[in-house]
Design a protein around this ligand. Structure first.
Ligand code: G6P
Length: 615
């Protein structure tokens, strides 16, 4: 079993890039930053060393920075605006200090001879700032990061000097630093991930793989406490002063995986990738007779006496689906919890299982929940899309989702992969009798096809989504295993289309929200023909009597629905427990087209970030 990561506290997400080699650093950095922009996009900047350190910064997207640099240099010149072949860059999701040019990274020391980009948080930045001020340092920004630049100014750029400066910093960090007079990028990590991309005669630095993708043939993850010196020809890593080696991973996806592939947005591309993602995530893991193989060996472990599913955002909705699915298979106590709300669990033996659902494996609240559960003696299992993430390092075991990189901030394909992961886990732990098991297995294996059919309904869903663009408020209702689908659909509308949509349990609507219903408040009802259908129909009739327009998402042609709903969408049928998969796809598409009609920045919604590594 691997050790528990201690330092998983505040770790703001941001994108980092670095380049050292024969090429002009600026275009390489701008392209790399563009690819990690989903991590934060309120401001950005680069620092390039060419004799002396030059910086360029902008508020907004990397394209704004590109345009600002072109403007400053005369777009026609085509010359490298900030020449040099050694540089670092950053795209920010503001925490300490508002999004502004002054607060954008890289941050410099007083002399302008040290430049730092940082992902993390300096928890003791107030006392350090006071102390440094007293020694004559002058600060330009409001950020916590700037203290690191000043500490490095005092300690110097040798690995020992860097270690000395970082020893003063409380809190997690991943940093990349330029020192005037050096031909290297210095990189260090504690608690926030950072990688080094290995090229031919050049090397890169990145907050994650997309930053190094187009030039690296391999990459390595730094471990907590590592300090690396990266030149064009060499990467030297020290840990507590000793030279160490880290395993080289091969890049098994190409730039096309982080391109839009002809789609207008990453979200649309990722929605359409879902049949393939389901195939990949199920491949080799379930036989036709329903026998499941997971990435972890279950036979050597105690069976759960109770199970907790924890996640945030979409992952918490997947956890809720998992709860209902498991409850259909076993009497074992199963509970889904929002990781951000979960109280520290009571001490238990390994019969208590905590399953941490997180596509990124970096969400601070979920990482904390993993750590707390492990401390409380639970067996911890990570269901994640990123094998080398904080959660996989914290948990006892991992089941990898294999959804591929998801770029759009709003989850789509990783949500479906999380659902599939939970279905597999349920069938592995609590296999039903042979006949129902075969039936479930057949339906699970057919899900990619069902999703493909749902995608083929795009024209109708586009029309409905576009119509919803006129609404200010909407309700999405569901029951049983599709109550979380309602929550997930509402989340999609909120985050990508800025529509105030509320996911509600259909039976609860009359306990308050009825007061809000009227002709301007559309209600989307998720009502596959399962044992919740009749109760859903009653709810829909009640809504109809209050004059609210209804969009029914069902899986059968139904005359009674035709007469009360304004629109009926007949989705491909599947097993009742798997209907959340098909329902989610329909809602994703409607939210996407609603956002498109409203002109929203679909892949990068305001104020959000792909993985939220702050509490
Ligand atoms: C952010 C993302 C959501 C995601 C949530 C949890 O809020 O915008 O799409 O569901 O984090 O992320 P995780 O990586 O833990 O699944």
């Amino acid at each position: 079993m691997r050790g528990v990561v201690n330092d998983t506290k505040e770790k703001p997400v941001c994108g980092i890039a670095g380049y050292v080699g024969p090429a002009d650093a600026l275009p390489v950095l701008l392209n790399a930053l563009h690819r990690v922009e989903y991590r934060g996009y309120d401001s950005c900047g680069v620092a390039i060393l060419n004799g002396r350190i030059e910086t360029a910064k902008a508020v907004g997207y990397v394209d704004d920075l590109r345009a600002a640099i072109e403007d400053a240099n005369g777009a026609a010149s085509g010359a490298a605006a900030v020449p040099g072949s050694l540089g670092i860059g950053h795209t920010r999701w503001a925490t300490v200090g508002s999004p502004s040019k002054l607060n954008a990274h890289p941050h410099l020391d007083c002399t302008g001879r040290v430049a730092v980009v940082h992902n993390g948080s300096v928890e003791n930045h107030y006392p350090l700032r006071e102390e440094l001020r007293a020694r004559g340092h002058r600060f330009r920004s409001e950020t916590d990061t700037e203290v690191i630049a000043h500490l490095l100014e005092e300690s110097g750029g040798s690995p020992d000097g860097v270690a000395e400066a970082l020893a003063r910093v409380h809190g997690p960090y991943a940093i990349a630093v330029l020192f005037e007079g050096s031909d290297a990028i210095t990189v260090a990590r504690r608690g926030s991930p950072i990688i080094i991309g290995l090229g031919h005669g050049e090397n890169m630095v990145g907050s994650d793989v997309p930053a190094v993708l187009d030039r690296a043939h391999g990459f390595l993850h730094l471990e907590d406490g590592d300090i690396a010196t990266v030149t064009a020809a060499n990467v030297e890593i020290r840990h507590r002063g000793e030279l160490v080696r880290r395993r080289v991973h091969h890049v098994n996806w190409g730039p096309e995986d982080v391109d839009k592939g002809g789609y207008a947005h990453f979200l649309l591309k990722e929605i359409h990738e879902q049949p393939r993602v389901l195939r990949d995530t199920l491949a080799g893991r379930i036989t036709t007779d329903g026998r499941v193989t997971l990435d972890l060996k279950l036979d050597r472990r105690t069976m759960p006496e109770e199970l907790f599913f924890l996640g945030c955002g979409s992952a918490s909705h997947a956890a809720m689906v998992g709860e209902t699915f498991f409850a259909s298979l076993t009497d074992t106590r199963v509970q889904a919890l929002e990781a951000s709300e979960a109280v520290r669990p009571k001490r238990r033996g390994p019969g208590a299982w905590s399953v941490l659902v997180s596509q990124s494996g970096e969400t601070a609240d979920t990482v904390d929940a993993a750590r707390d559960a492990r401390r409380a003696g639970h067996f911890t299992l990570a269901l994640t899309n990123v094998p080398e993430s904080s959660i996989t390092r914290t948990a006892h075991a991992t089941h990898h989702l294999r959804a591929g990189q998801e770029i759009s901030v709003a989850s789509s394909k990783t949500y479906l992969a999380q659902l599939a992961g939970l279905y597999l886990l349920g069938l592995a732990l609590y296999p039903p009798a042979e006949r129902p098991r075969r039936k479930l297995a057949a339906a699970l294996r057919k899900l990619p096809e069902a999703v493909q059919q749902a995608l083929a309904m795009s024209p109708q869903l586009e029309q409905l989504g576009t119509r919803l663009a006129a609404a200010e408020h909407a309700f999405i209702i569901g029951k049983g295993i599709n109550y979380p689908t309602a929550l997930e659909g509402a989340l999609k509308f909120k985050e990508v289309a800025y529509l105030h949509a509320e996911g509600y349990a259909s039976g609860e609507l009359k306990h308050g929200p009825f007061a809000l219903l009227g002709p301007d408040t559309p209600v989307i009802a998720i009502m596959p023909r399962d044992d919740t259908y009749d109760r859903m129909l009653v709810a829909v009739e009640e809504v109809h009597s209050r004059g609210a327009p209804i969009i029914a998402l069902t899986d059968c042609d139904n005359a009674e629905l035709q007469s009360i709903a304004q629109s009926v969408v007949c989705l491909p049928p599947t097993e009742p427990m798997f209907t959340p998969v098909v329902g989610a796809v329909a809602l994703q598409l409607m939210a996407y087209y609603c956002a498109l009609a409203k002109g929203c920045p679909i892949d990068r919604p305001r104020n959000l970030a792909k993985s939220v590594t702050v509490h």
